[in-house]
Design a protein around this ligand. Structure first.
Ligand SMILES: Cc1ncc(COP(=O)(O)O)c(CN[C@@H](CS)C(=O)O)c1O
Length: 409
């Protein structure tokens, strides 16, 4: 797979030169959002300087160029994730909206009493709360696949949970709290054996590893641009074309219609049917540039780099002796993030001390409150890595933790 030219990569991210209290920032909060490289910023700036116009409607040069750029971004995303074409790629605001699109467009009409929605105990609120509330509205039931003491899914329990009453499985590909990489292809097979749909939340997977939605055979797959070196304000819902064709939109307006009369309306072709109003045009240009940037590095290299850093961080944290680490030990079941707690120091206090050292980590419930209840903690700290992080930055994390321990001793 080869190693990354970290210095060259870091030179693409001017924000990494930022200093606070004369200390260079150590940015280890990439699971929350990643930083944006110059090629992405330049692509969006150039769009605004040279092409900016509204799409699908104008018959002037600028609108035609903007429309081509916007449509091409759909094709680029389809190619990146292994979808069959732009018809299967809906641009949303983020992963959360992608989950809601399916919950409202499919769930509200297809779910009813007796139907079951199967989630996992490690779901992010974007999936968990959405499907929980749709189940309340439709009378469907929700079941949760258990996790074991290592933070892996209990697949025996998965086989118990997924039955002929299951209408849809919604599962996270990589846990943003545990770092666990779930067997999403096996889970999808289980769902399909029972004629259930499979929705995979890929927010912490698409940015960090090669993903082929057709190999997984997911019916729906969601992720966000801002977690993969792209801009905020754009997310993706992948959906199998035949399912998207059958689904009615849940957001209405211009751009998503074919014909409107005073009596009724008909809908535009895919993917536009699910993209009402003025879409995130510049963000789509930025997302395409982010994909180009990541693919130039190589998704396999990115995965290997993150896993190497996570393994190093795991080993250093474990060697401290008073740190509880959540999720599987380093290996194919763990991605490039580590959730942990320092004995006798609340995660928020720890993150605050980290900040005194200009080490940026996340502390809190990471939008997985039920999972934290299951872990028996109100909050956890989390270091999450990306293409520009280094072993030296892990060492700075550990040094800051040692300082926190002294302060709270
Ligand atoms: C697994 C998973 N699923 C969905 C989301 C939501 O992504 P949005 O782009 O905000 O819609 C996230 C975003 N998790 C951030 C914010 S809580 C984190 O710090 O972990 C996620 O990790």
């Amino acid at each position: 797979v080869g190693t990354l030219d970290i210095e060259r990569i870091r030179s693409d991210f001017p924000i990494l030169e930022r200093e606070f209290d004369d200390q260079q920032v150590v940015y280890l909060d990439n699971a929350a959002t990643t930083q944006t490289p110059d090629p992405v910023i330049d692509a969006m700036s150039d769009y605004y300087r040279q092409t900016n116009s509204n799409v699908h409607r104008g018959i002037h040069h600028l609108s035609q160029e903007a429309s081509e750029a916007y449509e091409r971004a759909h094709d680029r995303v389809a190619d990146f994730i292994g979808a069959s074409g732009r018809e299967e790629v809906i641009f949303t605001k983020n992963t959360t909206e992608s989950e809601n699109l399916v919950a409202y467009s499919w769930g509200l009409s297809e779910l009813g009493p007796g139907d079951e929605v199967v989630l996992t105990e490690m779901e992010h609120h974007a999936s968990l709360v959405t499907w929980q509330q749709i189940a309340h509205e439709t009378g469907a039931d929700v079941k949760y696949i258990r996790i074991d003491e290592d933070g892996r899914l209990d697949m025996d329990h998965a086989r118990e949970c997924i039955t002929d009453d299951t209408a849809i499985l919604s599962a996270v590909h990589v846990s943003n709290t545990l770092g666990t990489v779930n067997p999403v292809t096996e889970l999808t097979e289980l769902a399909h054996e029972h004629d259930a749909l499979s929705f995979i939340d890929g927010a912490q997977a698409v940015p960090n590893r090669p993903v082929d939605v057709e190999a997984i055979d997911a019916d729906f797959y969601a992720f966000s641009g801002h977690k993969m070196a792209g801009p905020t304000g754009i997310g993706v819902l992948y959906g199998k074309q035949h399912l998207l064709e059958e689904m009615d939109p849940y957001l209405y307006g211009g751009g998503m219609i074919r014909k409107v009369t005073f009596e009724d309306s008909t809908w535009a072709d895919l993917p536009w049917k699910f993209e009402p109003g003025t879409p995130p045009i510049a963000e789509a240009v930025g997302l395409e540039a982010a994909i180009d940037y990541l693919e130039e590095i190589g998704m396999e290299r990115i995965q290997a780099h993150e896993e190497e850093l996570a393994e190093y961080a795991y080993e250093r944290l474990e060697a401290e002796g008073d740190i509880e680490i959540y999720g599987p030990e380093p290996g194919p079941d763990r991605s490039g993030l580590v959730g942990f707690n320092l004995e006798s120091v609340h995660a928020h206090d720890l993150a605050s001390i980290m900040n005194d050292h200009t080490v940026a980590i996340r502390a809190g419930d990471h939008c997985t409150q039920p999972l934290h209840d299951k872990l028996g903690v109100a909050a956890s700290a989390r270091a999450s890595f990306y293409v520009y992080n280094t072993r030296e930055e892990v060492d700075k994390l550990i040094a800051a933790i040692d300082d926190a321990r002294q302060l709270f001793a």
